[in-house]
Design a binder for this molecule. Structure first.
Ligand code: AKB
Length: 337
């Protein structure tokens, strides 16, 4: 650590005591773009700093935005110092399907972002949230009611990063006292920013294609169950866990959280009920098939419910109604084509 950084650390410790100053790294992505707006609505626009490698309009309009390559640890540290940050949300990730195309890049980015965020959190005394995923589980994991503490032997590089990330985050907590917390997110369904490179992306793309073309070609086999979650529940989970009383937390990295689980056929039927002319065919992607089949059918989230009162509000029907309504409005207004 150079002298300038040591001096920044010293100043930071004196100045930032209780204020909620939040830094979101990877804020331009599917979760980040909505988490930024959500946290700004709770903690104030000026107290939530969005950072991403690329500038994105919707997150830079309402509050501070910084262009940041999270692989540059000193740049990350200087942002944390500049804004007196006390909480970091690290949302930088190459997802499961993209990861399989370039495993070394996935490891470098996913673990590089995490190690830098953990180190900076340690130096500056920040709390840190880094999502884990259903991808942390593998073929040998019990697939039904997947327990909180169970076999974790994923066979994707994404999963390897997630398990390593959970362990490393717990290590930083026990070894250095870093307040690290996280959840294992299911596939997240949203209507603001598209996901990219995930195995669960089909459950978002299907809505856009249903409205755009009235048909969808599904890359995941018809009868594979995966946990899914509507974005509002995912955002609530982030806030609720980070606000939770630490004395109640038996676990930290990471909590199973669940709200709905379905197959492509079940989702198709739910959309078709509302759009009878909608059709779906399959062109199964073998990589996505292998990944999807290795993940849980449905996780048991009782530890999250017990330790920080996790309680989802959205189910399949509510989610499908809302997704169709919002995306139709966007098409009608010409916001998307
Ligand atoms: C993916 O499909 O890779 C992600 C995830 C479940 O973590 N959406």
């Amino acid at each position: 650590m150079d002298n300038q950084l040591k001096f920044c650390l010293h100043l930071h410790k004196i100045k930032s005591e209780t204020m909620k100053n939040i830094l979101i790294v990877g804020a331009g992505g599917q979760i980040g773009s909505e988490l930024t707006a959500h946290l700004r609505s709770i903690y104030g626009n000026q107290n939530v700093i969005a950072a991403d490698i690329r500038k994105t309009d919707n997150i830079s309009d309402d509050g501070p935005f910084e262009q940041l390559d999270v692989m540059e640890c000193a740049a990350l540290a200087s942002l944390v110092h500049k804004y007196k940050v006390d909480t970091i949300f690290n949302l930088v990730a190459l997802l499961s399907a993209t990861g399989e195309k370039n495993p070394t890049l996935a490891w470098r980015i996913n673990m590089g972002a995490l190690t830098n965020c953990l180190e900076v959190a340690r130096w500056f005394g920040c709390a840190i949230f880094t999502p884990s995923s259903i991808g942390a589980f593998g073929e040998n994991t019990p697939h039904d009611d997947t327990p909180q503490d169970t076999i974790m032997r994923p066979n994707t590089i994404y999963g390897v990063c997630k398990v390593s990330g959970e362990l490393l985050s717990d290590y930083y907590h026990s070894r250095f006292g870093v307040d690290s917390r996280s959840v294992r997110f299911p596939g997240i369904i949203s209507n603001v920013t598209l996901p990219g490179g995930g195995t669960t992306d089909y459950a978002v793309e299907i809505f856009y294609e249903a409205i755009r073309k009235g048909s969808f070609v599904c890359p995941v086999p018809e009868n594979v169950y995966m946990d899914m979650m509507y974005m509002p529940d995912a955002l609530n989970a982030c806030v609720k866990l980070m606000e939770a009383d630490p004395s109640r937390l038996v676990h930290r990295n990471s909590f199973n959280i669940a709200s709905m689980s379905f197959t492509p056929e079940i989702l198709y039927a739910a959309i078709k009920k509302r759009m009878p002319e909608f059709t779906m065919t399959y062109e199964v992607d073998p990589v996505k098939k292998a990944i999807a089949e290795s993940w849980p059918n449905k996780m048991d989230d009782s530890c999250a419910r017990k330790e920080w009162d996790w309680a989802p509000e959205w189910n399949l029907d509510l989610m499908v109604d809302d997704m169709l309504k919002v995306i139709k409005e966007k098409f009608d207004k010409g916001l998307i084509r």
